[in-house]
Design a protein around this ligand. Structure first.
Ligand code: HEM
Length: 147
């Protein structure tokens, strides 16, 4: 069963949209630095799209869109569909999701520092797993269709 988000979490995540607008790219660039310490994870990614900054930009845009629309997720349907199909093409599995959480949340802290407190970080932790569950469910359906 997919996790849910409390109204408070949604409000906190939404309130971080301006900070993400300003610092999103720095956060995702830092996130990939943390993520790619694991060579098996690094090998899943097209490194040209990292070097050009394209993939950190795509992820920053996706996170910002999620923060802005966290209370009306139907706006994100086509974005979620695109991400899930790209994940299926690159063989992403549910077991990969904790590594991204463990890279993204500290990266938010690295970049925003004292501007972010524990409550906001905890809200983002909850929001990450909410979105992860949506993607994992869609990816499971796509893998099943392909099988
Ligand atoms: C909530 C979590 C996640 C979000 C929001 C997310 C978001 C995205 C986005 C926006 C893209 C670009 C799609 C496009 O081509 O337009 C993407 C691609 C990709 N994602 Fe994720 N992702 C998440 C989790 C993961 C995880 C757990 C992994 C594996 C460790 C992963 C690996 C990839 C790979 C390999 C690509 C293709 C990148 C390339 O072209 O090199 N993602 N993801």
């Amino acid at each position: 069963m997919a996790r849910t988000m409390s109204a408070e979490t949604m409000a906190i995540v939404k309130s971080t949209a301006p900070a993400l607008q300003q610092h999103g790219l720095a956060i995702t660039t830092r996130m990939y630095e943390r993520l790619f310490v694991d060579p098996e994870i690094k090998a899943l990614f097209n490194q040209a799209a990292q070097r050009s900054g394209e993939q950190p930009k795509r992820l920053a845009d996706a996170i910002l869109a999620f923060a802005k629309n966290v209370d009306k997720l139907d706006v994100l349907t086509s974005a979620i569909e695109r991400i899930a199909s790209r994940h299926v093409e690159t063989h992403i599995k549910p077991a990969h999701y904790p590594a991204v959480a463990d890279a993204l949340l500290p990266a938010i802290k690295d970049v925003l520092g004292d501007a972010i407190d524990e409550q906001v970080l905890a809200a983002w932790g909850e929001a990450y797993w909410f979105l992860a569950d949506v993607l994992i469910a869609r990816e499971a359906a796509l893998y099943a269709e392909a099988a």
